[in-house]
Design a protein around this ligand. Structure first.
Ligand SMILES: *Cc1c(COP(=O)(O)O)cnc(C)c1O
Length: 403
């Protein structure tokens, strides 16, 4: 089918018209159980009344207000976000990539302000994903995304995700900062160990470097902690957020300690749309719910429940499932089939939505408000779909045997 859209995406064919909670309904009235949540964006599911209410209320007042005027909702969002973590200041953008661009700029500017203009490079990791702008593509270092677009933006040194000595070897006199996702999402739900995160913190302190955590996918309660690093008992100097922050409304944030952001004076950064009144109204409504420790405890409990179900299914299909991994409601199923095959099979045979990732991993990212019944249903449908896939594999082997 030809379309007037730039063909960079290959969307599935069904048409969704509306959604509620963890469910999406097509124009034909078919209901799909969404355990992908728009890649962790629809953190509170679809049509959450508190979010809808916040948007409708702001909708009648003001949509856009230039940064040359104060936006009280934005000041409040910054105060609440920073009060809930290590940070002192926040900058709002429209997307994750932009939040990371801000993080990179803060780190470079910090070193410059400290009398080290030669320190401008950032150490990043094998399997990282930081976005699709020219700089964040280079930060991720994925050849698939970089090839054919000319020389990658300079200033990023890709390091193997191994031990701390390997990281030390990647650091040079030009290094300004280390940037990492506490749980790599795009490359296949690969959690970084808590001790490794703490070692990175120590290394940065030892060498005068800044530590940046990209929590765009793993943050905002996804792991059962408001921010994934909080479980590790350590903290970065700078952190980027987006995805779940707006519960479906586009907004990104870069939060930082005041010390790390010391170089960011008026005029050094900006955005026309970032943190507009609509976006911050919805993000504040998201915080009303996600800042609640009781909700986070529920995410941990439901994460354990989902994990137990997945381990159970994995035990029944040892030839199909290689590994189940992740934390909280950020889970991945590594299979012998490609993740796209599993995602397609779940969608077409079981009306269950999941998200493909690297390393043959199917991402399981239900909304944080998912119910126990929906988790049981998901496990049931996954089980049925894998039975189909394994039967298909058996027939293929049998057929090959005939020839
Ligand atoms: C999605 C994602 C990004 C990019 O966010 P966009 O809003 O698509 O620019 C960056 N880092 C991580 C970890 C992500 O998951």
């Amino acid at each position: 089918m030809t379309s007037a859209l730039l063909p960079v995406f290959q969307p599935a064919s069904m048409l969704f018209e509306h959604g509620e909670g963890a469910w999406l309904t097509t124009t034909d009235g078919e209901r799909y159980l969404d355990f992908g949540a728009g890649i962790a964006v629809n953190a509170l599911g679809y049509s959450h009344p508190h979010l809808v209410g916040a948007l409708e209320q702001q909708n009648r007042k003001l949509w856009h207000l230039s940064n040359v005027y104060r936006i009280p909702g934005r000041e409040r969002l910054a105060e609440r976000l920073t009060a809930a973590c290590f940070a002192d200041v926040a900058f709002f953008a429209n997307s994750g990539a932009e939040a990371n661009e801000c993080a990179i700029k803060i780190a470079r500017r910090y070193q410059d302000t400290c009398g080290h203009p030669e320190r401008w490079r950032i150490v990043t990791f094998d399997g990282a994903f930081h976005g699709r702008t020219l700089a964040t593509m280079a930060a991720g270092g994925n050849r698939k995304y970089l090839d054919g677009f000319g020389p990658a933006v300079d200033g990023f040194d890709l390091c193997p995700r191994k031990d701390i000595e390997a990281v030390r070897a990647c650091i040079g006199p030009q290094t300004a900062a280390i940037m990492i996702e506490p749980i790599q999402g795009e490359s296949g739900i690969r959690p970084v160990s808590h001790s490794f995160l703490r070692q990175l913190r120590n290394l940065c302190d030892e060498l005068g470097l800044l530590l940046i955590f990209d929590e765009i996918q793993c943050g905002m309660g996804r792991t059962g902690y408001l921010f994934a690093h909080q479980e590790a008992g350590t903290a970065p100097d700078i952190m980027s957020l987006a995805k779940g922050l707006g519960g479906g409304f586009p907004i990104g944030a870069c939060v930082s300690t005041r010390h790390a952001a010391r170089g960011m004076i008026p005029g050094t950064h900006g955005s026309t749309f970032g943190g507009n009144p609509l976006a911050v109204a919805v993000a504040n409504a998201v915080l009303d719910i996600v800042l609640d420790e009781a909700l986070l405890a529920e995410v941990r409990r439901k994460g354990d429940l989902a994990r137990a179900h997945l381990d159970d299914v994995a035990g029944r299909f040892p030839d199909l499932i290689v590994e189940v991994r992740g934390r909280g409601l950020m889970l991945g199923i590594k299979t012998t089939h490609t993740s796209q095959e599993v995602v397609d099979a779940l969608r077409t045979h079981a009306k269950v939505l999941t998200i493909a990732a690297g390393d043959n991993v199917t991402r399981v990212l239900p909304p944080l408000i998912v119910t126990d019944e929906e988790i049981h249903l998901f496990a049931e449908r996954l089980d049925q779909t894998l039975a189909l896939l394994s039967k298909r594999a058996e027939t293929q082997i049998a057929r090959q045997g005939h020839y």
